[in-house]
Design a protein around this ligand. Structure first.
Ligand SMILES: C[S@@+](CC[C@H](N)C(=O)[O-])C[C@H]1O[C@@H](n2cnc3c(N)ncnc32)[C@H](O)[C@@H]1O
Length: 242
């Protein structure tokens, strides 16, 4: 099996496996929460700021389970590509996207995560109910200038939901021939008044990549910081399901 590019870590911090890590929006939040993080992505991600393993997430996870190496980790997070059921791309998807054919990676990822015995998090955008919505987060919960609603299935543990304040206005951009101004930027796609790269970086709190595709794929680190802190609090309280 390929080894992570950098295996230096702080032995006092629990280790988190971030599958489908991209450039590490989710990973960064877990880092802020107090985890060491290792990422796995099928594409090279030179901007990823932690230990990184390039490979197919399902293959890497299966190998970690088979070898027993999975016991090094305290938790796993997975953000499988969402083309199959994603509301953001429904109607616009073609088979030419970076994800290629519409393969459902959520179900096999969940199956392997369950087999791993680790508490886990699966993240997906709003869309078809392909994951359980144990937790739903919005950028406004963290005072961000991006909404980025995301759902999370939590395996083997629970997390509280922060208060969801009323949105302060609209997402800026052109829709159906009309321009709407607003406090939030659209951190997906390009054109039509959507966010520039610096706007996406500022709105999501991501300053280590300026690659547009990596920013449009990322979740704001504030989301996983909340999740990571909730996990560590539940683990410390001894309430974690066996
Ligand atoms: C939605 S993005 C993840 C975003 C990430 N959670 C973040 O916050 O920055 C999905 C990622 O899955 C990767 N990917 C697609 N198929 C994969 C596979 N079979 N194994 C590993 N990574 C894969 C893509 O390259 C992409 O970076």
């Amino acid at each position: 099996m390929t080894q992570p590019t950098d295996i230096r870590r702080d032995r006092d911090r629990p280790l988190l496996l971030d599958l489908y890590s991209c450039a590490g929006g989710a990973s960064r939040g877990y880092d802020w929460a107090g985890f060491d993080v290792e990422g796995v992505d099928i594409r090279p991600r030179p901007n990823y700021p932690f230990a990184f393993r390039q490979g197919d997430a399902l293959t890497v996870l299966a190998e970690l389970i088979d070898s027993g190496e999975i016991r090094r980790y305290a938790m796993a997070h997975a953000s499988p590509p969402c083309q199959k059921g994603c509301a953001l791309t429904v109607g616009t998807n073609t088979s030419r996207g970076w994800g290629g054919r519409h393969v459902d990676l959520v179900a096999p990822t969940r199956e392997l995560l369950k087999a791993s015995g680790l508490p886990y998090v699966i993240e997906q955008p709003n869309g078809k109910a392909i994951i359980r919505k144990d937790l739903s987060l919005c950028g406004e919960m963290f005072g961000l200038n991006v909404l980025r609603h995301r759902n999370f299935e939590l395996g083997g543990w629970t997390a509280p939901r922060p208060a969801h304040p009323r949105h302060r206005g609209r997402v800026r951009g052109w829709r159906h021939g009309k321009f709407y101004d607003g406090p939030y930027v659209a951190a997906y796609g390009a054109g039509g008044g959507k966010a520039t790269v610096p706007e996406m970086q500022q709105a999501m709190g991501i300053d280590w990549t300026d690659v547009r595709e990596e920013l449009t794929e990322a979740i704001p680190p504030a989301f996983t910081e909340w999740i990571g802190r909730a996990f560590l609090a539940e683990a410390a309280s001894g309430q974690m399901a066996a």
